[in-house]
Design a protein around this ligand. Structure first.
Ligand SMILES: Nc1ncnc2c1ncn2[C@@H]1O[C@H](COP(=O)(O)OP(=O)(O)OP(=O)(O)O)[C@@H](O)[C@H]1O
Ligand SMILES: [Mg+2]
Length: 285
């Protein structure tokens, strides 16, 4: 009996210490495949037994909504201003992953009363126990918002295509962030490659300049092929990974998710969603 109680206590305390790993997905140039990557990567992680919440932080069009053909009515602002809970604003998709829309919520954090801030943080804190990963789909480019998401996350997945403009914009974002923080964990995804070689040479170019000029080691997480079925799935408003499970892009993203879980996650520290939001708040000040 005592033994059981001790075990239970241990379980509870383990769970309290559990922290969701916060990953920001970003790019320099727009339209390079961030939202498709985020959604389908999340689905792979879910299939591999992980609980994933996507935070759609693009203040423009709600990208993940559109890819799924759904409309999430509430967002973080409803937690702040209407006392809603995280569960009220969370959209539970039929695919087993959940979506929370950022709306303007995060940018408003600075001007809140203590009580509102307290409520917001209590709600956000629940995600640590609930989710293994919170993946944030951001807008493209060198905006202040995106910079804050990059600096606050446990790690950053930077998406680029082999196009020179996409590579230079990816470099520009790393350089800009580097001027504010040198402590960022970047992983690179090269999307829409014609073949492995093109992926490798694209990664080489970016890795070379970031090493030479910024002394940053950029690691390659993987390549995703240019695959017509991605576009077809987008038009059907279904995730390509589920609609075309055997298409090249699906096989590649499955490999990426496996590599991602294998090589690192368990070994690296997750600071969790509360620490993420605190950093965001400090950067707003
Ligand atoms: N691997 C791929 N193969 C073929 N087409 C792709 C691939 N990835 C993305 N695309 C195409 O690029 C389009 C843009 O993708 P997505 O919306 O994911 O980009 P994004 O980076 O999130 O854009 P934004 O910056 O506007 O948020 C998709 O609608 C699809 O047509
Ligand atoms: Mg997008």
């Amino acid at each position: 009996m005592n033994d059981q109680a001790a075990k239970l206590r241990q379980l509870v305390s383990q769970n309290r210490n559990k922290k969701a790993r916060v990953i920001t997905v970003t790019s320099g140039k727009g339209g390079v495949g961030k939202s498709n990557f985020t959604l389908n990567f999340a689905l792979c992680l879910k299939e591999l037994g992980k609980k994933v919440v996507i935070l759609d932080a693009d203040l423009g069009l709600a990208n993940i909504d559109v890819l799924l053909g759904v409309s999430t009515k509430l967002n973080l602002a409803n937690i702040i201003y209407e006392d809603k809970t995280i569960w009220d604003v969370m959209y539970k998709s039929e695919y087993g992953i959940d979506i929370v829309s950022g709306g303007s919520g995060i940018n408003d954090l600075l001007n809140l009363e203590e009580r509102q801030l307290q409520h917001f943080f209590t709600q956000i804190e629940s995600l640590n126990q609930y989710a293994d990963f919170v993946i944030i789909d951001t807008g493209a480019g060198l905006s202040k918002e995106t910079t804050r998401f990059i600096i606050s996350a446990d790690e950053v997945i930077l998406v680029t295509t082999p196009e020179p403009t996409s590579i230079t914009d990816a470099y520009a974002i790393i350089k800009m962030v580097h001027s504010i923080s040198t402590d960022i964990n970047y992983r690179l995804i090269i999307n829409r490659v014609a073949n492995e070689q093109e992926g490798k040479s694209t990664a080489d170019k970016l890795q070379l300049v970031t090493k030479r000029f910024l002394n940053i080691d950029l690691s390659l997480l993987g390549n995703l092929p240019d695959d017509k079925n991605v576009q077809k799935a987008v038009k059907r408003q279904k995730p390509f990974y589920l609609t075309y499970p055997n298409t090249e892009a699906s096989l590649a993203i499955k490999d990426i998710a496996n590599i991602f879980l294998d090589i690192k996650v368990e070994k690296e520290t997750s600071h969790g969603i509360t620490s993420f939001m605190s950093k965001m708040l400090n950067l707003l000040k």
